[in-house]
Design a protein around this ligand. Structure first.
Ligand SMILES: Nc1ncnc2c1ncn2[C@@H]1O[C@H](COP(=O)(O)OP(=O)(O)OP(=O)(O)O)[C@@H](O)[C@H]1O
Ligand SMILES: [Mg+2]
Length: 364
């Protein structure tokens, strides 16, 4: 059974001038118990609207949503359960804590709303305060603690009822990089321990890769692809997904095969590709997509005819790797190299791409 299921959910907003905005466009999605699904997409693509629709804070135009097998929204059956009955926790970007309540009282609030007895509330609150490592802050008010600490409190409040579904809308984007890293690791540990299903919104790719069992790439209100982080990165189903996730080199050329050899012929040289990437295509114009780490760069004259001769136009040392921009005629290729001496701009180099790492997309 899916813990969360969306069927053909659409949400149309009407702007003041009457223009229609399809914030969610016919989205269907099934999330199993314990999965960590990250919605990744650019600003305005509909991530928050989707999350708010699940929470019951937004009323979709059509479709249905069920949580734990129960219809919480169904447009044709005219069902729309109020947010407080949907049995889920939610964490927002702006921590949304009650300013007049202490840390402990903020966390206790959802339990008190349930009518839980005082002793039970205290014991649950103490438990989650310890798990989130904020026992020492329990008597403070939100204005007396840091942003990172406030977000810990918001997380604790969302988890305290032990709901099986937790929604997150960019919860870490307001905290600094180091704190974000810590909270990300802790959040994953909490999720493994408590076993809740997570639907998490971000536009940060690193965060998405680090958290998700599956990433759903959202574009223009639709899910462009839902897959493991590795498949999203290595086997993007569309140019749109490839261009949004990570850095790519996009090279235009013509597919050509002679005997066992399949190549993309371009103005700058040819690129060998694997038969899998060709996927039944005939001789035609394509885009060859590759990642910066799949290229090699060398100053030595190669034996392979597939090597391209170019000139380094920029080299930037980034710690774990060096980023080179190499120019071939009017084409610039980004290449990441993890080891070796730093090559200076102006240096003439030979470059190769691994054939098995090249993906093809049709042009036009
Ligand atoms: N109440 C509203 N009235 C009209 N249009 C809206 C309303 N809320 C959202 N929209 C529009 O719906 C689209 C999706 O908005 P949404 O907030 O879901 O995007 P998002 O992916 O969360 O973006 P961000 O990453 O910037 O938070 C946008 O074009 C937005 O302008
Ligand atoms: Mg948003």
């Amino acid at each position: 059974m899916s813990d969360l299921s969306l069927r053909s959910v659409t949400k149309v907003f009407y702007r003041k001038d009457g223009e229609e905005v399809h914030a969610i466009d016919n989205v269907s999605l099934d999330i199993k118990q314990g999965e960590f699904i990250v919605l990744l997409g650019p600003s305005g693509c509909g991530k928050t609207t989707l999350l708010r629709s699940v929470a019951g804070l937004e009323y979709p135009s059509s479709g249905s949503i069920s949580i734990g097998g129960v219809d919480v929204f169904n447009s044709s059956r005219r069902i729309s359960l109020p947010p407080e009955t949907r049995r889920l926790g939610m964490v927002f970007q702006s921590y949304a804590l009650w300013p007049h309540l202490s840390v402990a009282d903020n966390i206790a609030y959802p339990l008190q709303m349930e009518g839980l007895r005082r002793a039970a509330v205290t014991s649950r609150v103490t438990e989650i305060l310890e798990a989130m490592q904020i026992e020492h802050l329990s008597k403070q008010f939100p204005s007396q603690i840091s942003g990172g600490q406030q977000q810990r409190v918001a997380l604790a409040r969302a988890l305290v009822r032990g709901d099986s579904l937790i929604l997150f809308d960019e919860p870490l984007s307001n905290v600094d990089a180091k704190v974000r890293e810590h909270l990300r690791v802790e959040l994953l540990a909490m999720q493994r321990k408590l076993g809740f299903t997570a639907l998490y919104v971000t536009h940060d790719q690193h965060e998405a890769m680090g958290l998700a069992t599956k990433i759903a790439v959202v574009a223009n209100g639709r899910i462009a692809q839902i897959d493991t982080p590795e498949r999203i990165y290595r086997q993007p189903k569309s140019l749109e997904v490839a261009e949004f996730v990570g850095s790519i080199n996009k090279i235009s050329g013509r597919l050509s095969s002679s005997g066992d050899c399949i190549r993309i012929k371009t103005k700058h040289g040819s690129i060998p590709v694997s038969p899998e990437a060709v996927a039944g295509r005939k001789e035609q114009e394509v885009f060859a997509i590759s990642r910066p780490e799949d290229w090699s760069v060398s100053t030595e004259t190669p034996v392979s005819e597939e090597s391209w001769r170019g000139e380094i136009v920029a080299s930037v040392f980034l710690g774990a790797h060096t980023e080179y921009i190499v120019r071939f005629g009017e084409l610039n290729i980004v290449i990441w190299k993890h080891k070796g001496e730093l090559l200076p701009p102006g240096q003439s180099v030979w470059c190769n791409v691994k054939p098995e790492s090249v993906a093809l997309f049709d042009q036009g």
